[in-house]
Design a protein around this ligand. Structure first.
Ligand code: UD1
Ligand code: CA
Length: 453
């Protein structure tokens, strides 16, 4: 039987108090809805239908996944929402209903729910405090109905088995059941949950499954819940890294927003933020308060505190930081030192080369064993275009040199301190500019004036 997935995402999310539609709020670096779509995709459905209403345009334009959009103009209840999606789905398909604001449901849990394919399937959860949720009413162990909090009597309110909202059923059955759902209830809405009582009356089997953990079915209605889920997800991701052999200094002071692949004996210190696709090879140490995005850091390299590394490749056994910035296109070959207040952009740094203090290296190609002196600047921008700087092997630049690109400095050349180098230099030379040093012996240093009165 083919599977179609319907994701409800039409609600406004008033309690987020945000200009952004609720399902676009980020968890990690991905919108809530995109987490749900990712999980849905892994079930390999023939289609994913997303029911949208509030903020529909924003939701559509910010979702690149291949889904079918269904408009629900007026939010008249969860039953009404599902009804908008069903006409596009063949009667014989299995339908799984998910929610754009319930982002962390595990694949195994959904597979468990779908493993039984007769009648209606419900994902239910036991909650210590079931307030606000629909209650699962059973008779002799069999589910007979779901009662919403607002429609429940005291005995029903005492039930702790609750409805997560996640359901499954044959499309044809759901269509028929939903056709018979009315809105004569406390909220005047078409409740999806009413199909359960109707299915029971029609003699259809109703089966239930439960998630492995409560957080799998938690939804986001306000920023408080969003923060709680962010932490939960972070803790889960950290746990996976710990299991893989990574040392984490404090699981509560580390954020993994993207996908991290880590080798053995990697150390992640406090305050580290990892975003996008990150590869950390064996023995990499990321010091306190580093932010690393879309980068590959090779074996044995150490990032000292407060580095920012983005779209960069850092070779083996490098020492970077503290306070270094590697910008997109920075490629360190290996055994490099990059020190404080150094910015490297779109540049390849050869094996063993060092840029230790206060430098800007942009659009450059450095050979091996180059030593870039403190305060060296590649002047790569003429106000209109960017130009390249090429430094051969074993070049050494003195402190405060300016290399005016485009420029090539041959291997083994030394650039004297304070020089502005504006033409190519051949290999093995000494290149320097010197304004003559002047001294005056008749000079007196200024004195403070005596204060009046
Ligand atoms: C729903 C369930 C309740 C369950 C709870 C779990 C119903 C009637 N009740 O209640 O049994 O315990 O979820 O969280 O189903 N939506 C639409 N269009 C609509 C209405 C809702 O797309 O017309 C979407 C909302 O954006 C939201 C989801 O459906 O993401 C759930 O709707 P909501 O109104 O929050 O239902 P609850 O009252 O929480
Ligand atoms: Ca809700």
């Amino acid at each position: 039987m083919s599977l179609s997935i319907v994701i409800l995402a039409a609600g406004k999310g008033t309690r987020m108090n945000s200009a952004l539609p609720k399902v676009l709020q980020p968890l990690g670096e991905q919108a809530l809805l995109h987490h749900v779509i990712d999980t849905a995709k892994q079930l390999d459905p023939t289609r994913i239908c997303v029911v949208i209403g509030h903020g529909a345009e924003a939701v559509q334009s910010r979702t690149s996944a291949d889904v079918e959009w269904v408009m629900q103009q007026e939010q008249r209840g969860t039953g009404h929402a599902v009804q908008q999606a069903l006409p596009a789905i063949p009667d014989d398909d299995r339908v799984l209903i998910l929610y754009g604001d319930v982002p962390l449901t595990r694949l195994e849990t959904l597979a468990e729910l779908l493993s039984e394919d007769q009648g209606v399937g419900l994902l239910t959860v036991e909650l210590d405090n079931p307030t606000g949720y629909g209650r699962i009413v059973r008779e002799s162990g069999e589910v007979v109905a779901i009662v919403e909090e607002k429609d429940a009597n005291d005995a029903q309110k005492a039930i702790t088995e609750t409805n997560t909202g996640i359901m499954s059923g044959r499309c044809g059955d759901l269509k028929q059941l939903l056709d018979n759902v009315g809105c004569n209830n406390a909220q005047g809405e078409y409740y999806l949950t009413d199909i359960v009582g109707l299915a029971r009356s029609a003699g259809m089997p109703i089966h239930t499954a439960q998630p492995g953990a409560e957080w799998e079915v938690l939804g986001v209605n306000n920023r408080d819940q969003l923060e709680s889920l962010e932490r939960l997800m972070q803790i889960n991701r950290v746990q996976a890294l710990l299991d893989a052999g990574v040392t984490v200094k404090d699981r509560n002071r580390l954020d993994i927003r993207g996908a991290v692949t880590a080798g053995r004996d990697v150390v992640l210190d406090v305050g580290v933020v990892l975003e996008g696709q990150i590869t950390l090879e064996d023995g990499v140490v990321i010091g306190p308060y580093c932010v690393v995005r879309n980068s590959h850091i090779k074996a044995g390299t150490v990032l000292q505190p407060h580095c920012v590394v983005e779209d960069a490749v850092v070779g083996e056994s490098c020492k970077v930081g503290p306070f270094s910035r590697l910008r997109p296109g920075a490629a360190l070959a290996g055994h490099n030192n990059v020190g404080n207040f150094v910015e490297i952009k779109n540049s390849s740094i050869g094996h063993g080369s060092k840029v230790n203090h206060l430098s800007y290296v942009g659009d450059a190609e450095l050979g091996e064993r180059v030593n870039v002196g403190a305060g060296t600047i590649t002047a790569n921008y003429d106000g209109a275009n960017k130009h390249r700087t090429v430094l051969g092997d074993d070049v050494s630049t003195g402190s405060n040199s300016v290399l005016v690109a485009p420029i090539t400095v041959g291997a083994g050349t030394t650039v004297g301190a304070g020089s502005t180098v504006s033409k190519d230099i051949e290999a093995g030379a000494l290149a320097y500019t010197r304004a003559p040093l002047k001294t005056r012996s008749d000079w007196e240093s200024p004195k403070k004036k005596a204060k009046k009165g």
